[in-house]
Design a protein around this ligand. Structure first.
Ligand SMILES: [Fe+2]
Ligand SMILES: [Fe+2]
Length: 136
């Protein structure tokens, strides 16, 4: 079965937010998204679930760090951005739990692909919104 790993975008300097730490984390997220995406087509197996666990853990840490940055800046969309993070984190945890609860690999893969896409779009679109506020 073909996977969609080829179509997942990679991090590029064009979407850098201008903080070295946050940009490294975004790069790591893109790498881990690609790792999960590359394993989706194999079925719901241990390597896929371990890669997803790593991505979920990285996402949790990243959201917390990014939100700490907001409080140090005049970024005006902190509340809405935090809601976006909560939705992404909830989605990630729910999908991970569903791997154990729902015996439907097709639904799991579909949900996982939607989550990966939503996370990519968040980094590419929403995170770009705080870029001007990190410039000091
Ligand atoms: Fe981010
Ligand atoms: Fe964010």
């Amino acid at each position: 079965m073909a996977t969609r790993v080829e179509t997942l975008p990679k991090w590029t300097p064009a979407i850098a937010v201008g903080d070295a730490g946050l940009d490294r984390e975004h790069q790591a997220l893109f790498d881990q998204i690609a790792a999960v995406g590359g394993l989706i087509g194999r079925g719901v197996d241990l390597p896929l679930l371990e890669a997803l666990d790593r991505l979920v853990a990285t996402l949790e840490r990243h959201c917390q760090g990014e939100e700490r940055f907001f409080s140090d800046t005049a970024y005006p969309h902190t509340a809405a951005h935090k809601v976006e993070h909560r939705v992404l984190r909830h989605l990630a945890r729910h999908i991970r739990l569903s791997a154990n609860l729902v015996p439907d690999p097709d639904l799991f893969r579909l949900s996982l692909r939607h989550f990966l896409q939503a996370l990519i779009e968040h980094i590419i679109e929403i995170d770009q919104g705080y870029r001007p506020y990190l410039e000091r």
